[in-house]
Design a protein around this ligand. Structure first.
Ligand code: SAH
Ligand code: SF4
Length: 364
């Protein structure tokens, strides 16, 4: 039984050929499933009757299950989804005046173990499948519906939920293809942002296979500190990461990389470190913007969030050097829309309670 949500256009065509059906049916199927949000084959009325009647024997549309759906006072909406065997992931919708952004997960847990990240502390459980990644968008679209003008409410997607997307490359790319395909969601490449901790070879592969907007989690201006905060740096140090960013920009839908930088009090947030950061990116000649993320503490973490004054002083150094710099707002606090938070509470009431705050200001 083939779950159709696991296949992008190319995959669907190959599968149709394999079962002896015409490849053009792929367009029809994508339109029904994604543009129209239909999951019942019987309702797909313009499919040839013989094909429509055959479909339930060979295919299914299997989605994660929404186990909770909470809306914050500020409109942030958090879906907790069950992907089987008590594995829970979360998907967060962030409404803003000019756009609606969905923050999507790619793994249950994460193996990379960044020292300030609660998902990392949870360890790695498994990769999500393509259907579980695109299924988050499908379900959120169903739940959110359309605005009065008939437009979709979700205009942007950021791959910044639980997990490292580029460590799940094979499942990620077909899901991205479906986000971009005109027969499916038809989002522009500029409105889909992949966030990575810096897996250099996979950044090159993404550039070739499916370039989208890119956010890179930098968090430190030198290798000594980044080795501690983002351990994957020991494998792909800053010089390699900067070179990969530069290569990525040659083929990217946007002409800048967004560097994410979590603000950890007394660890990486001094004006001198801001100057070191400017030196790093200007020496590498990377066209970039900065997104400063106030640290979201969780029990057992050794870090504290930088004060507002320190964040402003840090930002001013970057802005003074000519770099567009935003500070991420934290939203959805009243419903624990901090990524990882609710899933953690359900899975392990004692160990994990809080994780990072939801994103905005990236992927406009
Ligand atoms: N694995 C990817 C994407 C998911 S994490 C990555 O690391 O980029 C999304 C963003 O949240 C990353 O920039 C990550 O560094 C940041 N983050 C993780 N834990 C955090 C915390 N406790 N407080 C604030 N930001 C955090
Ligand atoms: Fe994984 Fe990203 Fe968390 Fe690092 S910050 S442990 S890469 S999810």
């Amino acid at each position: 039984m083939q779950n159709l949500l696991d296949l992008d256009m190319a995959g669907l065509k190959a599968w149709l050929a394999q079962i002896g059906e015409k490849p053009f049916r792929a367009n029809q199927l994508l339109r029904w499933i994604y543009s129209r949000g239909e999951s019942d084959f019987a309702a797909m009325t313009d499919l040839a009757r013989t094909f429509r009647e055959r479909l339930p024997d060979v295919a299914e549309i299997r989605l994660p299950k929404i186990v909770s759906d909470k809306i914050s006072d500020d409109g942030t909406r958090k879906f907790l989804m069950d992907v089987g065997a008590s594995n829970l992931i979360e998907t967060v919708f962030i409404p803003e005046a000019d756009r609606g952004t969905l923050c999507v997960s790619t793994q249950v847990g994460c193996a990379l173990d960044c020292s300030f990240c609660s998902t990392g502390k949870q360890g790695f459980n498994r990769n999500l499948t393509t259907s579980e990644i695109i299924g988050q968008l499908w379900l959120a679209n169903q739940a959110l519906g359309f605005d009065p003008a008939g437009d979709r409410i979700i205009s942007n997607v950021v791959i910044m939920g639980m997990g490292e997307p580029l460590a799940n490359f094979e499942a990620l790319v077909p899901a991205l293809n479906l986000m971009l395909d005109d027969h499916a969601y038809g989002l522009s490449r500029r409105r889909v942002t992949v966030s990575t901790s810096g897996i250099v070879p996979a950044m090159d592969r993404l550039r070739e296979a499916c370039p989208t907007a890119l956010a890179v989690s930098l968090h430190a201006p030198n290798d000594a500190l980044r080795d501690v905060l983002v351990p994957i740096n020991q494998k792909y140090p800053l010089a390699e990461l900067m070179a990969a960013c530069k290569r990525y920009l040659e083929n990217a839908p946007r002409d800048f990389i967004t560097f994410e930088y979590v603000m950890l009090d007394g660890v990486n947030d001094s004006p001198a470190q801001a100057r070191e950061l400017v030196a790093l990116v200007s020496k590498a000649k990377i066209h970039c913007k900065f997104n400063l993320i106030p640290f979201n503490p969780f029990p057992g973490s050794p870090y504290r969030r930088s004060s507002r004054e320190r964040i402003t002083a840090f930002a001013n150094v970057l802005i003074g050097a000519g770099y567009v710099t935003t500070t991420r707002k934290t939203r959805g606090d009243d419903i624990d829309a901090a990524c990882g938070q609710l899933a953690g509470q359900v899975q392990d009431k004692t160990r994990r309670t809080q994780h990072l705050k939801v994103v905005n200001e990236v992927g406009t």
